[in-house]
Ligand binder design. Structure first.
Ligand SMILES: [Zn+2]
Ligand SMILES: [Zn+2]
Length: 308
């Protein structure tokens, strides 16, 4: 990232500091201070624009130990002062992926301790009675033809919901970035599910709403923010990460946005016009009552076929 900035370029915002970041889509060259300021301002603007938080919310940040979630915790801790009645905590899930999870959990503990944010932990073993490694080693899993990630994702979301509920949270903040949100809209498009539910926006119902304060923040800016703040994070890729539909979309969008900067923002605006934005509706699972776009949610489907 540093290499994209011409030597001795000066910040376009303060006209004083040395530029360290080039924001391709806006043409801005930013110094460290202005990058951090505009990054944090954008998060505050996102929270305000979509009304993601209420003044007296108890916010549970879902942290995995990756750069996105630890950066989110860091930013929210910093801007928490603007919400004096709000509370902040962190929730994390140990999926039980042998040789992978331990390192991430160490970073989660280190950062939450440093920021003085209470941490609530849970695990697949505790919630579902089996670790992910046990589930993927089972005969039922092999017969199902599913990829590990498509089992892990829904179960992790459910475990986070349970941990957040136990901690008394009123909202869950996830670290999904602009890139993730646009990928998800495309995924829903290709599955015929666009418009069935919103992504990262506050929907009220008999469950804890999930919001994404990085909705308008590109992934690469989160990476740079984590780097500037020396936030330790796990860079090792999950051993289960498969060549899924999402990965195809991710590669396509990354290439497209590099060639045509600003495309991700434009795609988001388009999806927001066609999706359910503003409609406060959310279907719930007929079996467990958790949010679902179908009659029976994915978690109930998975636990019935793979675990029970
Ligand atoms: Zn500056
Ligand atoms: Zn269900």
């Amino acid at each position: 990232m540093l290499s994209t900035v011409e030597r001795e370029a000066v910040c376009n915002v303060c006209h004083d500091g040395k530029a360290v970041y080039y924001r391709v889509y806006s043409g801005e060259r930013l110094c460290r201070t202005c990058f951090v300021k505009t990054f944090e301002k954008r998060v505050i603007r996102t929270i305000g624009r979509y009304k993601l938080f209420k003044p007296d919310d108890k916010i549970a940040v879902a942290v995995s130990g990756g750069k996105d979630s630890l950066s989110l915790l860091y930013v929210l801790k910093k801007i928490e002062k603007r919400f004096p009645r709000a509370g902040l905590l962190a929730v994390t899930v140990d999926e039980g992926i042998e040789g992978y999870r331990d390192e991430a959990l160490e970073y989660v503990e280190e950062v939450t301790r440093m920021l003085e944010v209470p941490l609530y932990k849970t695990s697949f073993e505790e919630v579902f009675g089996k670790t992910l490694s046990e589930i993927v080693a089972s005969r039922q899993f092999r017969l199902s033809g599913l990829a590990a990630c498509s089992v892990c994702g829904p179960l992790r979301r459910r475990a986070i919901n349970i941990a957040a509920k136990r901690a008394g949270a009123t909202v869950i903040a996830t670290a999904h970035t602009l890139d993730d949100v646009v990928q998800t809209y495309f995924l829903k498009t290709f599955r015929g599910e666009l418009g069935t539910s919103e992504i990262g926006l506050r929907l009220e119902g008999p469950f804890i709403p999930r919001v994404a304060p990085f909705r308008l923040t590109p992934e690469r800016e989160v990476v740079f923010y984590a780097y500037l703040h020396n936030i330790p994070f796990q860079s090792q890729v999950c051993p289960n990460a498969a060549d899924s539909m999402r990965n195809m979309i991710r590669r396509f969008l990354a290439e497209f946005d590099e060639r045509y900067p600003g495309s991700l923002f434009a795609a988001l605006r388009s999806f927001e016009k066609t999706a359910t934005l503003g409609k406060k509706i959310q279907m719930v699972c007929s079996s467990c009552g958790e949010p679902s776009s179908r009659e029976l949610c994915r978690v109930c489907e998975l636990t019935q076929t793979l675990i029970h």
